[in-house]
Write a protein that binds this ligand. Structure first.
Ligand SMILES: C[S@@+](CC[C@H](N)C(=O)[O-])C[C@H]1O[C@@H](n2cnc3c(N)ncnc32)[C@H](O)[C@@H]1O
Length: 189
């Protein structure tokens, strides 16, 4: 059964460490506007099942670095849909390179899916006070196809704003929608 976005996000919108309802709706509408959408999600949590429901019948793959969260969410979304990833370069190390876009290291993982084939990527990890989102955002730019979409959450923070400026806008990604702390960008065609 296809659920409405109101039903899918009713329990989770606006919870601590989650997006607001308006942010969820905005990104979900973009995802659902893509036929047979291939959705890559950086980070799992309360909203993981919701993204599977939003993209029901299509491919949704989650990447997560925290073993406890992998364990918590695997039984909800199925082990085939979640993969372990390692972020090895913290934000300060990137800063030491003067935020060179070429110095960002891809997250380490087996058989990385950063292959220019994905329609949409949602970047809401790693967790704020840990590594920074330059590696996940960089990986998202490599993962999406020309014209694909990337949503980055927590853009009220200075670190995420630097990520937007250098790794998204600096690479020709166009801001197509901004809702509260969420920015949605389109890859160059
Ligand atoms: C901002 S959270 C992502 C949360 C997820 N998009 C959601 O809203 O449910 C970023 C990272 O923190 C961890 N995490 C997930 N849910 C969390 C929660 N409710 N509280 C604290 N950390 C969480 C996971 O390691 C996740 O990759």
């Amino acid at each position: 059964m296809n659920l409405s976005l109101e039903e899918i996000f009713a329990e989770i919108g606006g919870q601590p460490n989650s997006c607001s309802l308006e942010e969820y709706y905005a990104w979900a509408r973009h995802v659902q506007s893509v036929p047979e959408c291939h959705l890559l999600v950086f980070g799992v949590g309360r909203d993981s099942v919701a993204w599977q429901q939003v993209n029901q019948g299509n491919t949704t793959l989650f990447l997560e670095n925290n073993g406890e969260w992998i364990e918590k969410v695997t039984h909800q979304i199925g082990s085939a849909h979640i993969r372990s990833v390692h972020y090895g370069q913290n934000f300060e190390e990137w800063e030491e390179t003067r935020f060179s876009e070429h110095a960002v290291i891809l997250p380490a993982m087996a058989d990385p899916p950063f292959d220019g084939s994905w329609d949409c990527a949602f970047v809401d990890a790693p967790w704020g006070p840990t590594f920074g989102r330059h590696q996940s955002a960089h990986a998202a730019t490599c993962a999406v196809k020309p014209g694909g979409l990337i949503a980055l959450h927590d853009c009220e923070r200075e670190h995420e704003q630097i990520v937007c400026r250098i790794l998204l806008q600096g690479r020709g990604f166009e801001l197509v929608e901004e809702v509260e702390r969420l920015r949605i960008y389109r890859a160059p065609a």
